[in-house]
Design a protein around this ligand. Structure first.
Ligand code: COA
Length: 336
């Protein structure tokens, strides 16, 4: 058995900055409300026609991660792509990355676990590497939310939160099993699937032809729906549980955490977790202020920035944790 280790990280966000004041020009909202409830100051939105897509941003992030890992694209044995906003209904973006990076015909897997997608992705990659099947795996989280948001007052409770961007990691075989990803912990509770969801178009629900035929201006089925307070209450409980589970599995205490990189759902959720575990400001990494919630991309973007800022050093105990639509949640305990 081997361990897997993150040997390269990269991120890409579109250039177009959308501030809270920009949003207040198109919907009834304001900077004070958004910052107070979410901590978000600005986010990035792709500009339609500029060429940024979920796949292309993932490719840009991946190129940086591959270069920093010091490997060649031909060394990649497998691709895992996590997103809720794929370019096409099918095929998923994993194969598009294989094509656009000119990688040989390795397997490409798409992960549909929303905000927990990156943790699910590295968990899958970790198992392949642990078993000896693959040596180097590219894991990407990327999202274009902005195309699908309701940018009117009707959609404000959701639309102000989400942003676009991508992050990528190279996981590689590590012979020293005291290093790298020590364990991952995954959960789901489908009972609450519709509480944070986008229901149409769907084969089991309303297809595109139904939406067109109805031509109903009040149709919200193809817009994201979020029961905000219910999500918040579940998030703080599940985040805490899954961090405790990961620490216990490795006989660690909260005091052993050098850096917690939580999924950037809402700054209030991160602050609640920080307080609950008694962590100092420098033990938790947040960048939701600048990017909003980028779902599957949020952890790899945050981890990349933390690494770039020297906040992750060799030997550190790094904890990743996420909660989101599904509901799904998970954690990863890493010895850097
Ligand atoms: N700007 C101004 N007012 C807004 C608004 C906005 N963008 N969005 C909603 N409001 C209004 C509501 O209409 C409501 O007005 P009313 O009291 O007149 O009816 C009021 O603000 C309170 O709305 P509510 O939805 O109860 O706010 P909240 O305190 O629950 O905050 C969230 C909303 C979304 C910020 C909060 O529930 C949250 O963060 N939930 C978790 C979301 C999350 O983390 N999602 C990602 C999980 S991965």
């Amino acid at each position: 058995m081997y361990n897997s280790k993150i040997i390269g990280l990269g991120h890409y966000v579109p250039e177009n900055v959308v501030t809270n004041d920009d949003l207040s020009k198109v919907m009834d909202t304001n900077d004070e409300w958004i910052q107070e409830r979410t901590g978000i100051k600005e986010r990035r939105h792709v500009v339609k026609g500029d060429g940024d897509t979920t796949t292309s941003m993932g490719v840009k992030a991946a190129k940086v991660a591959i270069e920093r890992a010091g490997i060649d694209k031909d060394d990649i044995d497998f691709i895992v792509f996590a997103t809720l906003s794929p370019d096409y209904y099918f095929p998923g973006p994993g194969v598009l990355v294989q094509r656009d990076l000119g990688i040989k015909t390795v397997g490409a897997l798409d992960v549909r676990n929303q905000c927990s997608g990156f943790i699910y992705g590295i968990s899958v990659a970790d198992q392949y590497i642990k078993s000896g099947m693959y040596k180097n795996i590219l894991v990407i989280g990327s999202e274009v939310h902005s195309h699908g948001l309701d940018m009117t007052t009707r959609g404000r409770a959701v639309s102000v939160i989400f942003g676009d961007g991508a992050g990528a990691a190279i996981l590689s075989r590590e012979e020293d099993t005291s290093k790298g990803i020590l364990s991952t912990h995954l959960h789901s509770e489908g009972q609450h699937a519709e509480e944070l969801s986008l229901l149409a178009p769907g084969m089991g629900n309303r297809w595109v032809s139904d939406i067109i035929a109805d031509n109903d201006p009040n149709d919200e089925s193809y817009l994201p729906h979020m029961n905000g307070q219910f999500v918040f209450k579940n998030a703080v409980v599940r985040f805490s549980e899954v961090i405790v589970e990961g620490l216990k599995a490795n006989k660690l205490e909260a005091t052993d955490i050098d850096l917690l990189v939580p999924h950037q759902a809402n700054l209030r959720i991160s602050q609640f977790i920080q307080k609950k575990f008694g962590l100092k400001d420098d033990q938790v990494f947040n960048n939701i202020m600048n990017y909003g919630n980028t779902t599957a991309a949020s952890i790899p973007i945050a981890l990349t920035e933390a690494w770039e800022q020297g906040r992750v050093k060799e030997g550190d105990t790094v904890v990743l944790a996420a909660f989101g639509s599904g509901f799904t949640w998970g954690s990863a305990i890493i010895k850097w």
